[in-house]
Write a protein that binds this ligand. Sequence first.
Ligand code: SF4
Length: 360
Amino acid sequence: MKNPTLPEHLDMQVELPMVPPRSKTRPSVASTEATRAIEEDPEIPHLSEQEMIERIQVLRKERNAVILAHNYQIPIIQDLADFVGDSLQLSQQAAQTDAKVIVFCGVHFMAETAAILCPDKTVLIPDPEAGCSLAATVTAEEVRQWKAQHPNGVVVAYVNTNADVKAESDYCCTSSNALKVVQAIPEDKEILFLPDMFLGLYVQRMTGRKLHLWMGECHVHAGIRSEDILRMLREHPEADLLMHPECGCVSQCMFALAEGELPAERTFIYGTGGMVKHVRQSSAPVHLVATEVGMLHRLKKEAPQKRFIPVREDAICEYMKTITLPKLYRSLRDMVYEVRVPDEIAVRARRAIERMLEIV
Ligand code: SF4
């Protein structure tokens, strides 16, 4: 059977970027304001987990609030959420909800996207310092300079970018729709793809389009190496491999696939939403999962009879994990922290997001 997540011709030349990835200062969540507020709170440190859950259940009704959680959130947050999904699914849920308040359990750029799409709703994030190492690799000023070097270029921004970067972009995309977005752009247009170079390389290979790539990376996915993949496949010959296109090993794995070192019939490259669909349909009893480990909780809930093994147990995003039960409770109790995007940025960023939503 043809594997739709791999290119038609695996023997195509594997090009690795010749410039090293951009290293910017990673946001730190070692001691956030929200964490300190919880420690000093007169009530929260004295509540049990069950008491906090009960209070959240009351407050979510009183506030007419919907709780959205990304697939990488800790299990208790996923279990409390009204909806768990990938970036695209969460954006769509935010755009469709009738609730007055959206509590976004994810990282800051995701809550910003919800605020851009829902200007008439109150969007809260339990910890606004939940950043993203990938989003931190590019600024709006750098995009303006890049566009000046390619005046006819069309900018496609992965959704893992801050609102002011989206405002400089023509289209947004997620890992689940990046191929469709790039394919929708006329062949004669130059494309500037940012910020994830591994996703960009994957899109380039799958579409056959030559892209200008921003050399950004996510530290969690960049840390998953081809040696890890090869070792796990050797140890679990019955398993399907599910690999996120942001992984640092995608390019090497394409090469290994071409060389026959990886089994093309068992290797699947998906965003987190695609992984969920795959395990619902696949007959494989075991799945190796090459992405952030929070994904395993979601996959186990989808297919409890199957076994899921992380390719790396230390693939943990500290930004996603900074959202905790006490912070979610405080967010609903005190209506903190509201995410607002200035109008002049929101209008332009919304155009790029809506162009994406029109395509998928
Ligand atoms: S896993 Fe990577 S891309 Fe996703 S939020 Fe964390 S740092 Fe950002």
